[in-house]
Design a protein around this ligand. Structure first.
Ligand SMILES: Cc1cc2nc3c(=O)[nH]c(=O)nc-3n(C[C@H](O)[C@H](O)[C@H](O)COP(=O)(O)O)c2cc1C
Length: 188
């Protein structure tokens, strides 16, 4: 099983980082595999330049030669995509938005999705205590991911997490994510 993980927080071992690791622990209990782990904050990449190079033929890749190309390569062979983001200013973090814009390379000129059926899990952490406070944001993200063919199979939201160690201190969340990881491994 090949998993592409996108970490959208600048904080290592913070909530979203911890959530991804708990999920991967569950996966590993069921299936062997490889994980491509991308900390967006450590990558150097530009936003989409709207050059339409990726639309020239049905398989044209993104022509922007930066660190995002490794992410694109990983996505092409992935069985599962995990995207984890804290909520920043009522949305995903800027690097995650940048990653999403660069996914422009994953639909063609005729809108044909180039990652059809890639199972995707979205993990969020937020300071707000109401776990439904950002349902509209999450819905919008899922609409965007759908343009590329991504099939969002699960969404997990950690609410009331103003400190960065909230996920690490929640045995309940870790168990939930471990179970989720096992389920995802069995389903693939
Ligand atoms: C710049 C910034 C903006 C934030 N904006 C929001 C927000 O709009 N809503 C919210 O609920 N939490 C907000 N937060 C809190 C984070 O989402 C929260 O602390 C999250 O758990 C951090 O996850 P991490 O430990 O993975 O970085 C913000 C934090 C920062 C630093």
């Amino acid at each position: 099983m090949k998993i592409t993980c996108i970490l959208g927080s600048p904080v290592r071992q913070g909530n979203t980082d911890t959530m991804v690791r708990a999920l991967l622990d569950g996966v590993k209990k069921e299936r062997a595999g490889t994980v491509d782990w991308f900390v967006l904050n450590d990558l150097v990449f530009r936003g989409c330049q709207a050059c339409d190079g990726c639309k020239e033929t049905p398989t044209s890749p993104c022509v922007e030669a930066d660190d995002m190309l490794a992410v694109h390569g990983s996505l092409r062979t992935a069985d599962l995509l995990v995207v984890a983001s804290p909520l920043y200013m009522d949305g995903v973090t800027a690097p995650v938005k940048g990653f999403m814009d660069r996914l422009n390379a994953f639909f063609g000129a005729d809108w044909t999705p180039r990652l059809p059926g890639l199972r995707t899990v979205l993990l969020y952490s937020q300071g707000m205590d109401d776990e439904h406070a950002y349902d509209d944001v999450f819905g919008l993200m899922e609409r965007v991911y759908g343009k590329f063919g991504l099939q969002v199979v699960r969404r997990v939201v950690l609410a009331d997490a103003s400190g960065h160690d909230v996920a690490g201190q929640s045995a309940e969340l870790s168990a939930q994510l471990d179970t989720l990881g096992r389920e995802l491994a069995r389903e693939s």
